[in-house]
Write a protein that binds this ligand. Structure first.
Ligand SMILES: [Zn+2]
Length: 254
């Protein structure tokens, strides 16, 4: 179901069937644009044009990586599943509203039709045309609204059902994303804890080393060694980063 919805959304945006794009980009990993181009059998520019079009709606996202040798950027893409589903949801709600307005108008207004040309007119326009067809001269007949309304209501039911399914997919996708986020947070926390423990271990070792050294020395030297120990046990935080200006100049020359 999810795949059908994604196919539908991307096809609407691109303007033609796009299941191959969906198949390539639906995972959680970003895909190299050159691989996408190759698999779609398109040039890289054609591929980029399609992807930019979809990204205008926020339905795909990209990251870029610089090629160290050649100096250019390569883009990597993936589908934003949640945004695509929300886009389709909005569209479906809009379609339902339109359909309901049409049903309402059918229920309250009369419609006329030229049966020969199969052209329909509302009451005002039919009156303006004097209930006669411009094209063929045939006199209009009254449209059977009941039949049209029945057809519209059938479509409305279909769309309401579809909306429900889209909302279910949105709930599922949100839960999936939450799970991934939690996993990442836990990983970060574990990493932080590891770093703190490592720092403590290094500090402890340094203190013990200094203790040993100072106990070996003569009492007269103790004072200076104590001073050293205090600077060592508390490492300075503001370590200067190496300046990058040199590198920049180099790359500009290229
Ligand atoms: Zn006609």
């Amino acid at each position: 179901m999810l795949k059908n919805f994604l196919n539908e959304v991307i096809s609407i945006v691109v303007g033609k069937p796009s299941d191959s794009i969906v198949r390539l980009l639906e995972g959680d990993k970003y895909v190299n644009e050159f691989i996408i181009a190759k698999k779609l059998d398109l040039t890289i520019n054609q591929t980029r044009n399609i992807l930019y079009k979809i990204s205008d709606y926020g339905l795909v996202s990209s990251i870029r990586k610089k090629d160290k040798k050649k100096g250019w950027y390569t883009y990597f893409w993936k589908i934003e599943v949640l945004k695509s589903l929300e886009f389709l949801k909005e569209l479906t709600i809009k379609n339902i509203t339109q359909l309901r307005n049409q049903i309402k108008s059918r229920e309250t207004k009369g419609f006329y039709v030229c049966e020969r040309c199969n052209i329909e007119f509302n009451e005002e326009n039919a009156m303006l045309h004097d209930f006669t067809c411009n094209e063929c001269g045939e006199v209009f007949t009254v449209k059977d609204n009941e039949k049209v309304i029945r057809e519209f209501k059938k479509n409305e039911d279909k769309l309401v059902n579809k909306l429900k399914l889209i909302e279910e997919e949105i709930t599922t996708e949100k839960a999936r994303l939450d799970k991934i986020k939690m996993k990442e947070l836990k990983k970060i926390e574990a990493e932080k804890l590891k770093q703190r423990e490592e720092k403590r271990r290094i500090q402890k070792e340094a203190r013990e080393k200094l203790k040993k050294e100072s106990s070996k020395k003569k009492p007269s030297e103790k004072k200076s060694s104590k001073k050293k120990s205090s600077t060592l046990s508390k490492p300075k935080k503001n370590i200067k980063k190496p300046s990058k200006t040199k590198d920049k100049k180099k790359s500009k020359k290229k």
